[in-house]
Design a protein around this ligand. Structure first.
Ligand code: NDP
Ligand code: GDR
Length: 377
């Protein structure tokens, strides 16, 4: 059964403006997640349901179902039949939908995860990215105020290590200056500052999580880690001979999404709001990620050639497994990200649990299984 938003299934309790959720619940743990159908939204929903939250998610209308990542939650009778997870149609570009949903749900915590989140795509869809990622953040903050809830709701903003952009210093912490390098990062920069402005102007409990890259088997298929693990899994099953990438030299601080959603929640449980870097402190190149993925299937990759002529060759067989395609290069690149999460460690007691090798292994295992079951996935 596919998850369906309340507004289409006409959940009467919600339509009357009373709280959805199990009868007799104290309404002190009601979360509203924008972007619930994304990688982070799905892990966060899972995490909050386990913590006994009533979870509401905003989903947007699409011509095909976009709820695959949360289907298992909907199918779980505890989440669904107990009324603990509800979906509502809305959009970050539609203020009235945000006001209606917030007024109806009366959340105690809002996690703003919705975004056009692909950096390369933001160069093609620059105006739309600003609409959703920058003005969208303003819209939801204003929706909270329109509903008169600025004193009752705690707000989490999905800020990003992309704000650091061009390398000024490493490792990057809360004091490192920003230098955004894409329309996505510029839009997120507006989001970052409008959150701080509303915190200071209206005394709102609002936090920015400056999260470094985090991945998982649920990562979108056109982000580099998932593209690599899917392709290597296909090579393992002999469904593909080689795949194409762009810049192999950029370095990222990659953690596991399941660890990072916990940090989002922790930020909203403090006495006063603040902004936190969430990162592992380790950095690896795209090239190293490729090597680690092949290592998982006991193959070794060696690199030959230079620039766009460079190829990744499987040792022992001489077969080319990775080629460079300039179409994946970005007009401006972020070369090196490495975060310093010591403030989060000190104040939230947060540390990452999953190592780089464990992350690659988790993603590889899942994609090997996926391609085994469904070779055309
Ligand atoms: P995803 O791309 O997986 O998910 C994005 C979510 O936003 C999806 O649910 C998507 O819906 C929704 N969305 C997009 N546009 C709109 C819109 N106009 N109105 C309503 N919803 C919309 O991203 P992640 O889960 O990876 O990331 C979550 C957030 O964290 C994003 O804001 C991202 O920018 C930020 N971030 C992510 C990091 C990472 O490494 N993953 C690191 C730092 C920040 P649909 O399913 O319909 O497309
Ligand atoms: P990023 O993630 O831009 O860091 O943004 P992505 O996985 O897209 O790129 C990481 C690095 O890999 C290089 N690269 C490629 N990238 C993609 N997508 N496809 C390729 O074929 C390819 N080849 C090389 C890129 O050039 C880049 O240097 C992610 C998103 O989740 C953002 O929303 C989030 O804010 C940041 O992480 C932190």
């Amino acid at each position: 059964k596919k998850p369906r938003p309340e507004s289409s299934s006409n959940g009467s309790k919600d339509q009357n403006g009373t709280a959805a959720g199990a009868e007799g619940d104290s309404r002190d743990k009601v979360a509203l997640i924008t972007g619930i159908t994304g990688q982070d939204g799905s892990y966060l929903a899972e995490f909050l349901l386990k913590k006994d939250y009533e979870v509401h998610g905003i989903i947007r209308r699409a011509s095909t179902f976009n709820t695959t990542r949360i289907e298992h939650l909907y199918a779980d009778p505890k989440a669904h039949k107990g009324g603990r997870m509800k979906l509502h149609y809305g959009d970050m570009t539609d203020s009235s939908s945000l006001v209606k949903i917030i007024n109806m749900v009366k959340p105690t915590e809002i996690y703003n995860l919705a975004a056009q989140s692909h950096v390369k795509v933001s160069f093609d869809l620059s105006e739309y990215t600003a609409e959703v990622d920058a003005v969208g953040t303003l819209r939801i903050l204003d929706a909270i105020r329109t509903c008169g809830m600025e004193k009752n709701v705690r707000f989490y903003q999905a800020s990003t290590s992309e704000l650091y952009g061009k390398v000024v210093e490493t490792p990057q912490n809360e004091q490192t200056p920003f230098y955004p390098r894409s329309p996505y990062a510029c839009a997120k920069m507006y989001g970052f500052w409008i959150v701080i402005n509303y915190r200071e102007a209206y005394n709102m409990y609002a936090c920015n999580g400056i999260l470094f890259n985090h991945e998982s088997p649920r990562r979108g298929e056109n982000f580099v880690t998932r593209k690599i693990t899917r392709s290597v899994a296909k090579i393992y099953h002999k469904q593909m001979e080689y795949f194409e990438l762009g810049n192999l030299d950029s370095k990222r601080d990659w953690g596991h999404a399941s660890d990072y959603v916990e940090a989002m929640w922790m930020m909203l449980q403090r006495e006063s709001p603040s902004d936190y870097v969430i990162a592992t402190g380790e950095t690896h190149s795209v090239r190293e990620f490729v090597e680690a993925a092949f290592k998982h299937i006991d193959r070794e990759i060696t690199w030959k050639g230079k620039g766009v002529d460079e190829v990744g060759v499987e040792s022992g067989t001489g077969i080319v497994r990775v080629r460079i395609n300039p179409k994946y290069f970005r007009p401006t690149e972020v070369d090196l990200l490495q975060g310093d999460a010591s403030k989060a460690n000190r104040e939230l007691n947060w540390t990452p649990k999953v190592s780089f090798v464990e992350l690659v292994s988790d993603m590889m295992k899942a994609d090997i299984e996926l391609m085994r079951k469904n070779p055309i996935a």
